[in-house]
Ligand binder design. Structure first.
Ligand SMILES: [Fe+2]
Length: 313
């Protein structure tokens, strides 16, 4: 099989208001037969398509002919004190060369140690030592892949007494000092802030807006004493509010819906995505109208000033 993506399918970012969905195997048959109504790009879990020549990579390459693809990893373990797994990076780079994604991302987390993979996104203690460690590892990854990556803010259920900074400060400094970007999961922001009694709007205000390269929206499960990031429900109304708040700061960013458990029919996901596209479009139109109104006001005032000057002369 020819592993090279034909030149006409080189990475291209989605257009304005074009939302994406996580590609899940349950929807392969549907997508092979049906053109999506609103979904304009797909995010795939990188590990599911590495070291395989099976059906998933064949279908991914077929979809890649029509859709931009974002690669989202879960095994980089950027927060682990252990060195980056070179074999993993080699496999990831092979996949990059094959798929030519417009985004490559992973998480602010660690996933294991001593060759044990927990298959969980474990929290990083936000210390100065770990800040230096993560920056160094992000630099290594980006140098190896020869491109910047995005890292996703986690959903948090525990915190460390010995944290030396808040999460937003840790994330901001990693981005500033390594050049990586943020995959901002607004559901994770809501879950974390709810679990630790923080204000999610403050969280969004503290994130360097220019570093956001992609947005995740998802649904959580209310466990009574805490919120659990299950990706098994529609996006909560409060998360939509946060999304609209963020859109007013930066609307031109790829947005997608994550749904990983109790996965519904594809059109249910598309209808959820449509809500995001409608909010994004509405914010854009409001901003455009405001710009036009401001321009007209400037024109009006300059016209009346020049008329005044003419009269005076
Ligand atoms: Fe996410």
């Amino acid at each position: 099989m020819d592993n090279k993506v034909p030149p006409r399918y080189f990475a291209r970012p989605p257009q304005k208001f074009m939302g994406g969905l996580g590609l899940r195997s349950q929807h392969y048959p549907y997508l092979l037969e049906t053109k999506p109504k609103y979904c304009s790009w797909f995010e795939v879990i990188s590990e599911n398509y590495m070291e395989t020549e099976g059906r998933p990579i064949v279908i991914l390459e077929k979809l890649r002919q029509d859709f931009p693809i974002a690669l989202h990893g879960v095994s980089l373990s950027i927060g682990s004190p252990e060195p980056i797994n070179l074999e993993y990076l080699i496999q990831l780079k092979k996949l990059l060369n094959r798929v030519d994604p417009f985004i490559v991302s992973d998480h602010f987390c660690w996933t294991g140690a001593h060759s044990i993979n927990s298959h969980d996104l474990l929290p990083i203690p936000y210390t100065k030592k770990n800040l230096s460690l993560v920056i160094e590892k992000v630099n290594q990854v980006q140098d190896f892949l020869n491109r910047p990556i995005l890292l996703e803010n986690p959903s948090a259920y525990i915190t460390f007494d010995y944290n030396e900074m808040v999460e937003t400060s840790f994330i901001s400094q990693v981005c500033q000092k390594s050049g990586c970007g943020i995959l901002l999961d607004i559901n994770n922001v809501y879950v974390t802030c709810n679990n630790f009694n923080l204000n999610p709007f403050d969280y969004l205000d503290q994130i360097p807006i220019e570093k956001i390269g992609q947005i995740h929206l998802a649904g959580f499960t209310d466990m009574g004493s805490f919120l659990y990031d299950t990706h098994s429900n529609p996006v909560h109304n409060n998360v939509w509010r946060l999304f609209e708040y963020l859109m007013n700061k930066k609307w031109e960013v790829p947005v997608m819906i994550e749904w990983d458990d109790d996965i519904p029919e594809f059109d249910v996901l598309e209808n959820e995505l449509l809500k995001a596209i409608e909010i994004q479009s509405r914010v854009f139109l409001n901003i455009q109208n405001k710009i036009l109104t401001d321009k007209n006001l400037i024109l009006d005032s300059s016209t009346s000033n020049s008329s005044k000057l003419l009269l005076e002369s």
